[in-house]
Ligand binder design. Structure first.
Ligand code: GLA
Length: 740
């Protein structure tokens, strides 16, 4: 891994044998991009990949020159990376190279989450300084290449080096031009309870994007953009990914220009954004993480999984086995008391579950979602002996105790709102829009973050709490802050997220032994930004096993299994009304951070035995299921989506677990073979089906098979014609593979 500077070509080449990023200072001093993608040899000039004799846009308007971090007003009519309104009201900007510095390792970004290294030899960075002389605007672009992954992380810092105030209206984290437009844009989109569905569309001239204006990254779109060739598969073909380490309003855009080139932009959504920089002040953009694969989507995902699991997530829980939890939300909703909770926990303990999580409803006087958010004092009607006593009774059972909080919110019916009505976000003279009967606290104001840190710290020291579920159940409306003057209201959304990060940073630092799980009505803020503080997240409020196939498959494009909370819930399912077998629910939830979301006291004796066996299975394979490499085999988004298959493989390739899922049963089915990947072709594997049954699928596969055979021929999924009916719908079969 190295970053080379070729002074005669004025070229910077970031390369590690897996990816190359080649920048060049063009004749007019602007920063050109010669290449991002396949690894190129070091020690060569790639100057010819740009246009020779380029004299700047003044003589050649609209030239399809590939730029990096472009600005507007100089004849490049594609969308700019940076727009700054200056004292004279104009926004023309021409950034020119000043200097650069190559440094070992990687620095953090003040106030913002970012990927990191643990030793300087894991990455190399280059800081490139650019400046616009007339305005005094200075930009420092930082690019990091990691030693072990085809990944480039980048970020921009904009400083007002002039003598008058300026106003940023666009400040992207990354922008670059690719030389053609023969791409499908793969986005992870959906809505509440059906987050991160894979959607592909062909790029067309003009702009195509996903974005958020909600004050959160949102259920609707992941803050990322993937480009794949139309023929790219999981294992072959080119693909790029651009992922934003951010939890607020974002824009991910591909723009196809008139000469069929593609400009990618990723960063804070410019819509509604405005940030004032007084002379000497600076602004940091969030980090963008870019990856390239010549070997299909699988290679991209593997790169993100490794980086996000080990060098974005942090803290004492990053590498530790995550506990199997039981959460009472779907089991009791708001209707519980101490005896009921201890009863659930006792059954859970007997089944081998390790952590009991008390969800919403333990504080204030909260019997439904109309009251008490903001009043983080225990409700003595439900828990007369307090959280401490409950937590001790549960820890005395041998379980960990976890607690739900929703720090950013306030109910109009609450003591906090009565005392501080002005702490809720809103615009003076306009009614505030309620959502789920609640308002959002203005976390852009430091005194409100301080208050939350104090009251939440009091809760967290008051009892033996080892886990926190931090929820966030509504998006922002009437965005405005009393803490900001009129000309700085455009800073509100970003300052809100900075406040969220500040509170997360302070609480995780003060309580390093607590495992934090983020949540936003399920996956409404499931993004790399929060992963830096909370190593796992509640992937979706949808606990239906069949719906989860698509949600978890989509999330797996970028996120590791260790980040995805996945629970078994009761049937009929509370989101879909569907009745899936208990084994199927577990077979899906195993591929994530496993748990239960039900009233365990309602389980029959037969179900209890089954759950105990599931818990034991997960414990036996936990390391593999939380830290192994995840391989997608059969997509629920392709063909008719009736079958899904995936697997997880240990680093040494000696162990693997394959999951196969069939939504609807079909009579008289065709021949069905499932070819596996990433096994060692030279090894023989003992195949053990789970759950153990008596059907042909189990019988035919329960044996020792070569890794080569499993890859080239596959597992048999053919069902004996007479057994088809017995299997029914929503059928799942796992196969545990152990090298002999
Ligand atoms: C959100 C969460 C759920 C649950 C409820 C409680 O919807 O996603 O898991 O915690 O809030 O109100």
């Amino acid at each position: 891994m190295a970053i080379e500077w070729d002074g005669s070509a004025r070229q910077l080449h970031l390369q590690n044998g897996q990816v190359s990023y080649v920048l060049r200072v063009l004749e007019d001093g602007s920063l050109g991009l010669l290449h991002f993608g396949a690894p190129l040899a070091a020690g060569r000039s790639y100057r010819h990949l740009g246009r020779s004799g380029f004299a700047g846009f003044s003589n050649r308007l609209d030239d399809p020159i590939a730029l990096d971090y472009p600005t507007a007003g100089g004849g490049d009519y594609r969308m700019p990376a940076l727009v700054i309104q200056q004292a004279d009201g104009t926004s023309v900007l021409a950034l020119r190279y000043v200097s650069h510095r190559i440094v070992p390792g990687k620095a953090g970004i003040a106030g913002l989450p970012s990927t990191y290294v643990e030793s300087a030899d894991e990455a190399t960075s280059v800081e490139i300084r650019l400046a616009d002389a007339p305005s005094g605007v200075e930009v420092q672009l930082t690019y990091t290449i990691f030693r072990d992954q085809p990944i480039i992380a980048r970020q921009a810092r904009v400083r007002n080096g002039g003598s008058t105030r300026v106003r940023l209206t666009t400040a992207m984290s990354a922008s670059l031009d690719l030389p053609d437009s023969d791409w499908l844009l793969l986005q992870l989109s959906g809505a509440w309870a059906r987050e991160r569905h894979v959607t592909n569309r062909r790029l067309a001239p003009g702009r195509q994007s996903t974005a958020s204006l909600r004050g959160a990254s949102g259920h609707e779109h992941d803050p990322s953009l993937i480009l794949r060739r139309p023929a790219t598969t999981e294992t072959a073909g080119e693909a790029y990914a651009f992922s934003l380490v951010y939890s607020g309003n974002f824009l991910a855009e591909a723009e196809v220009g008139p000469f069929a080139t593609t400009r990618v932009r990723l960063g804070i959504n410019p819509e509604g954004f405005g940030w004032v920089l007084e002379p000497g002040e600076a602004f940091n953009t969030p980090e963008a993480v870019l990856a390239y694969s010549a070997h299909g989507l699988a290679r991209l995902s593997a790169a993100y999984h490794a980086l996000y699991r080990e060098r974005l997530a942090r803290g004492s829980w990053r590498d530790r086995p995550r506990p199997i939890l039981i959460n009472n939300w779907e089991g009791t909703y708001f209707d519980f008391d101490e005896a009921k909770l201890v009863e659930i926990a006792t059954v859970a303990r007997d089944l081998g579950i390790e952590l009991f999580v008390l969800d919403d409803g333990w504080f204030g006087a909260r019997d439904d979602d109309t009251t008490s958010l903001g009043d983080w004092m225990v409700d003595r009607r439900k828990l007369p002996n307090g959280i401490d006593c409950l937590a001790r009774r549960i820890t005395d059972l041998g379980l960990g105790f976890g607690l739900w909080i929703e720090p950013e919110m306030v109910s109009q019916q609450s003591r906090l709102f009565a005392e501080h009505p002005d702490w809720a976000i809103g615009v003076a003279g306009r009614p505030r829009t309620e959502s789920r009967q609640q308002l959002v606290l203005d976390l852009s104001r430091p005194e409100i973050v301080d208050h939350l840190f104090t009251v939440l710290s009091e809760v967290l020291v008051s009892a033996p709490i080892s886990y926190v579920k931090w929820d966030m159940n509504r998006n922002i409306t009437e965005p405005a802050s009393l803490g900001l003057p009129p000309d700085r209201q455009g800073e509100f959304f970003h300052r809100y997220i900075l406040g969220v990060y500040d509170l997360y940073a302070r609480l995780t630092a003060a309580f390093p032994e607590i495992l934090f799980e983020s949540c936003a009505g399920g996956g409404g803020r499931f993004d790399p930004g929060l992963l830096a503080y909370a190593p796992q997240a509640w992937t979706s409020d949808d606990t239906d096993a069949i719906e989860r196939l698509r949600i978890q498959w989509g999330a797996s494009l970028l996120y590791p299994l260790s980040s995805m909370g996945a629970h078994v819930s009761a049937v009929p399912n509370h989101q879909t009304g569907r009745r899936t077998p208990l084994a199927t629910r577990a077979a899906v939830a195993f591929f994530g951070v496993f748990g239960y979301e039900l009233d365990a006291t309602n389980l029959s004796a037969v179900e209890r035995a089954e759950v105990a066996e599931q818990v034991a299975f997960y414990k036996a394979h936990r390391d593999l299921l939380q830290r192994g490499s995840f391989v997608r085999l059969r997509s629920p988004f392709e063909d008719d989506g009736n079958e899904t298959a995936w697997m997880v493989v240990s680093e040494d390739r000696r162990q693997a677990i394959v999951g196969f899922y069939r939504t609807l049963n079909r009579p008289n089915p065709g021949v069905n073979r499932l070819r596996l990947r990433d096994l060692d072709p030279a090894r023989a594997y003992r195949v053990t089906p789970w759950p153990a049954g008596t059907g042909t699928v189990e019988r035919d596969n329960a044996a020792v098979r070569g890794g080569d055979e499993l890859a080239e021929i596959g597992l048999f999924l053919d069902v004996d014609r007479h057994e088809t009916a017995g299997q029914g719908d929503y059928w799942a079969q796992l196969f545990v593979l152990e090298a002999e």
